[in-house]
Design a protein around this ligand. Structure first.
Ligand code: NI
Length: 186
């Protein structure tokens, strides 16, 4: 089932993501729906709050990117970043912030711990694109967007665009829920 993506400015972003404690069939179904929603939108990562559920869960699949075709999809539950090092800059976008792309500085190597799609606890090192996507989704679970990491001047310049996103004036190829949709519905 494809779910609408909750845009920047919607209510779900006001709620901290809770740790996942029930590893049941419902969670398996949700993970499947999140992959379907992400693939439908041509995304490479999707956090549960992006589909309106403030839970510490994200799905990632970077196999659509050049040089990463053989990479397997990754389910990340209750993630922790234990260590990070180095920095590098890369352009990012986000399904919840349509029409905006910008260069973001992030760590280039991480040591992380999470529960995976088999519900096993794993600890591993991530570098390159995996480290990038992991940090982007981890930010979402802290109620953050990549735009929060831009310099103040750049954020200021983005204000009109972010206001448009709240009013659902940016066209997307995938279903979305905007702040103005929420106001109209309540
Ligand atoms: Ni995102």
């Amino acid at each position: 089932m494809i779910m609408p993506i909750h845009l920047y400015g919607t209510r779900v972003w006001e709620t901290p993501a809770r740790r996942v404690t029930k590893f049941d069939d419902r969670l398996v179904g949700l993970i499947r729906d999140m992959f379907e929603t992400m693939h439908n939108a041509d995304g490479i990562g999707l956090a549960a709050n992006q589909v309106g559920l403030p839970m510490s869960l994200a799905v990632m699949d970077i196999s659509v990117m050049e040089d990463y075709e053989s990479e397997k999809p990754l389910v990340v539950i209750n993630p922790e970043i234990l260590e990070s090092s180095g920095t590098y800059t890369m352009e990012e976008g986000c399904l919840s912030v349509p029409g905006v792309r910008d260069e973001v500085v992030r760590a280039d190597s991480l040591r992380v711990r999470f529960v995976d799609g088999n519900f096993d606890k794993v600890e591993k090192e991530l570098t390159g694109m995996w480290a990038r996507v992991f940090q982007h989704e981890y930010d979402h679970l802290q109620q953050k967007f990549f735009v929060n990491r831009l310099a103040a001047v750049k954020r200021q310049m983005l204000k009109p665009k972010l206001a448009k996103i709240k009013r659902n004036e940016i066209k997307t190829r995938y279903p979305v829920l905007s702040a103005s949709d929420e106001k109209a519905g309540s």
